[in-house]
Ligand binder design. Structure first.
Ligand code: GDP
Ligand code: MG
Length: 370
């Protein structure tokens, strides 16, 4: 999938841009010289001139993925799993996140300021795990709609006194679409009327079958409120993470995804990044969403200033020129000028896409009136 502007295409073809614009008009496309053309349109024009479209022509300069350098297999090392907690409202997602954090973070970091940055990391048996603290559904829906995949493992919380509910099913569908392994946390086992086996029974309908019943889904009965079963859950996460063989190259320039971002008084644009590959450093130039930025300061999930953030680390970043969206990708560039150029191209493209979609809406309105 690629794109070129009309001007760039005319240059490549050695034709006058006005000629290209005319041809586009005949195809029903009204274009200016700076208009981005999609690969399909480019192909039509090239066909018309009897020119083969080479791969190289259609490299999309605005697609950040095209700037990511592939790693050599031997440079990859194990990285922490990134976990999202999902489930029906009131089944105990927030309580579970708090419980995991309290049992595994504050005990070692007595007095440490626990700061909300949209994600946190724990360490157990010398293995780190990153938990996304944003509502699980948002992590999947908004991020996946932007093509980002941040989650390695989904924890599905199902209250043992309530069983499978509509948002439980929704969560299953999201996790399955993303092809991530699901661990079932059967919560609230302390409650009167709790019936874990009913939860198991209900979930078999969704091909989530416990090992004891011949399936391969891990079920962990727990009480997020009382802290029972939390250690088992963490152990199971580590087990699944090991099977998944999650790896990254810390020596690479950093790339990753925005977890959340907002404008803050006195600090400007503040964004939480999940570094997915490489190591993010103070002073790094990057493109995120449609903006350019330079990492001014980084704060980790404990509220401590850091100078580096490696793979699977969530970190709050300041120094961006704009406020990105959750799910936007970021990529570090060694060439600051190039980063600025690409950010400009991306914001131009965004403006055009927005204009295009509003034009479409107007056209629809028109047809409705007719
Ligand atoms: P969320 O909507 O999924 O984030 O659910 P919350 O974590 O806010 O929990 C909803 C309610 O269930 C709260 O009143 C919690 O205190 C309660 N709760 C959560 N986990 C447990 C548990 O293990 N046992 C009991 N008895 N109550 C729980
Ligand atoms: Mg909640």
């Amino acid at each position: 999938q690629g794109s070129l502007t009309v001007g760039e295409l005319s240059e490549k073809l050695g034709k006058d841009s006005s000629e290209i614009i005319k041809k586009l008009m005949m195809l029903g496309v009204m274009a200016t010289i700076n208009q981005q053309l999609d690969s399909e349109t480019i192909e039509l024009i090239c066909d018309d001139y009897g020119v083969e479209v080479e791969e190289e022509i259609v490299v999309d300069k605005t697609d950040l993925e095209n700037y990511i350098v592939e790693d050599n297999e031997e440079d990859l090392i194990v990285r922490p799993a990134v976990v999202t907690i999902m489930g029906h409202v009131d089944h105990g997602k927030t309580t579970l996140l708090d419980s995991i954090r309290h049992t595994k973070v504050t005990e070692g970091e007595a007095g440490g300021i626990t700061q909300h940055i949209g994600a946190y990391q724990i360490e157990s048996n010398n293995k780190k795990i990153t938990f996304l603290d944003t509502p699980g559904h948002a992590a999947f829906t908004s991020m996946r709609s932007r093509g980002a995949q941040v989650t390695d493992i989904a924890i599905l919380v199902v209250a043992a006194d309530d069983g499978v509910m509509p948002q439980t099913v929704e969560a299953i569908n999201h996790a399955k679409a993303a092809e991530v392994p699901i661990i079932i946390a059967v919560n609230k086992i302390d409650k009167e009327g709790a019936d874990p086996s009913r939860v198991m029974q209900e979930l078999t309908e969704y091909e989530l079958v416990p090992e004891d019943w011949g399936g391969d889904t891990i079920f962990v009965p727990l009480s997020a409120l009382q802290g029972e079963g939390i250690d088992d859950l963490v152990e199971m996460i580590n087990l699944v993470a090991e099977v998944e063989e999650l790896k990254a190259n810390p020596e690479q320039t950093a790339s990753g995804t925005v977890i959340e971002a907002q404008l803050e008084k006195g600090r400007g644009s503040v964004a939480t990044f999940l570094v997915q590959n490489g190591t993010l450093k103070i002073g790094d130039s990057l493109v995120v969403g449609t903006t350019y930025g330079r990492v001014r300061a980084m704060v980790n999930d404990l509220g401590k200033r850091v100078t580096e953030a490696g793979p699977s680390t969530p970190v709050e970043v300041t120094g961006l020129n704009g406020v990105p969206h959750a799910g936007d990708r970021f990529v570090v560039f060694t060439d600051e000028k190039q980063a600025k150029q690409i950010a400009d191209l991306r914001s131009q493209k965004q403006v055009e896409e927005d204009r295009g979609s509003s034009a479409k809406v107007n056209l629809d309105d028109l047809f409705e009136q007719i």
